[in-house]
Write a protein that binds this ligand. Sequence first.
Ligand code: DGI
Ligand code: FE
Ligand code: FE
Ligand code: FE
Length: 187
Amino acid sequence: MNRESALKIVKEQLTEHRYQHTLGVMETALFLANQYGADEKKAELAAIFHDYAKFRPKEEMKKVIIEQNMPECLLDFNSELWHAPVGAFLVQKEVSIQDDEVLDAIRYHTSGRTKMTLLEKVIYLADYIEPGRHFPGVEEVREMAKESLDKALIKSIQNTIFFLMKKGQPVFPTTFHTYNDLIMQSG
Ligand code: DGI
Ligand code: FE
Ligand code: FE
Ligand code: FE
C-alpha cells in the first residue's frame, strides 16, 4: 500500500491532533529506519497505522481482546494500553495488512516486549520522540536517539515508568519486562 492511500485510511480514524502526531511518527520512523538500517517501507506503514484503534470505544476494544484471546490481564490495566494490540488486529482485518513484522510493531508500540525487533524499536521510539511531543525529558531522548537506539529506548521506558509511578498508577508488567530485557542486553 502506498503512503497516500494509507494516510487517507487512517485519517478517518483519528482526530486532527492525532493525525498530526501520526505524521510526526511517520517522519521520525523513516529517519530512524534509515539511520539504524530497518526496512523503511515497513517503518512507514507501521508508523501510519500505529494508533489506528486509538479512538475505538472501550467496549469494542474489550470485545476484541476477549474474542481474539489476547492476554486478559490487559483488561486489569489502563485502557490506554488496549489500542496497540487491538489496532494490530483491526489493521489486519479492516485494512488487509498482513505483514507480521508491521503488525507486531503496531501491537507492541505501547508496552514493548522482550526481544523487540529493530522495526518494533524504531516505531516505539518514533512514537515517543516525534516532533509534536513536548513532555519533560523528551529532548534528552531525542539527543540519545542520534547515538544509540537501545539507550534512547531504555531512557524512554524509564521515563514512562517514572511518570506512571509518580502519578501512583499501575505499571503493566510487560513494560517492566521490556525494560529488564533491554538493560540486561545492554550490559
Ligand atoms: O498512543 P500514544 O499516546 O501515541 O502513545 P502510547 O501508545 O505509547 O501510550 C499511550 C498511553 O499508555 C500513555 O499515556 C501512557 C500509557 N502507558 C504506557 N505504558 C503503560 C501505560 N499505562 C500503564 N498503566 N502501564 C504501562 O505500562
Ligand atoms: Fe499509541
Ligand atoms: Fe509510546
Ligand atoms: Fe502514538
